[in-house]
Design a binder for this molecule. Sequence first.
Ligand code: ATR
Length: 279
Amino acid sequence: MTILSGNARLAGIIAWPVSHSRSPRLHGFWLQQYRIDGAYLPLAIRPEHFATGVRGLVAAGFAGANVTIPHKVAAFEICDRVDDTARRAGAVNTMVFQDGRITGTNTDGWGFLANLRGHDVDPAAGPALLLGAGGSTRAIAAALLSEGVAVTVANRTRAKAEQLARDLPGLRVVDWNARDDALPDHALLVNTTSLGMAGHAVLAIDLARANPATVVADIVYVPLDTPLLQAARAHGLRTVEGLGMLLYQAIPGFRAWFGVEPVVDDALRRFVAADLLPA
Ligand code: ATR
């Protein structure tokens, strides 16, 4: 049990609902590992109470908070200041409170790149093909583009990919049905759709068309080893699993709130993964 002092630093994750969030477990592991006088709480705040809830946390002296579904755009709007990463993503997932002011950033794209690097994959090795056009796609595409990587997006609803391309200059769009044809020209394939998630359909893509050096990444982490990653390994391709992105995206917030640069290691990975196994 953690005993807090009156000086304890407080942070948490704002979501609705919040019960499925793994962030309290993840930050809790680090708080215990580094023996920090602090706590990271699940904060279930309804969309209609978001602004009041955030102002309450500021007033209560919280150091900041993570924000997830469905609040990332509302968080962008409530911040007094946002950085370029948040601006390009159009969404905030990490808020820092200081002197009554709210600063917002978006660490999803950074977390994705850090996870690649953690697997000894150079994000800039070649062009990337992203499947999907949701909030995560936007953050990952923005991060890759800012590394100078050529990015192609394919989404079932093409109009959403085209909207993304208007917001992120340089992004190329191909038709969802042309994804197999596009694959050989890309060094990195990233699934940012919900396909492959437990209870969802499996992503169909012809991995036999991939260049042997292509790296296949999935941002789905339930299950940890998705059908796409399994198929990629069966084709002899290198893979990067989605859990790492969740772990790495948490680093900047933890550092800002608790003053320690936490490390993503196998012990953390096992601890968070243990909670993801089917019941
Ligand atoms: P996010 O949570 O990242 O904001 P989302 O809105 O939940 O994303 O969307 C999930 C992604 O999976 C979308 O790109 C969606 O495609 P559409 O924009 O066409 O809805 C994609 N997706 C979900 N089910 C799919 C399916 N059966 N086939 C192809 N793509 C699918």
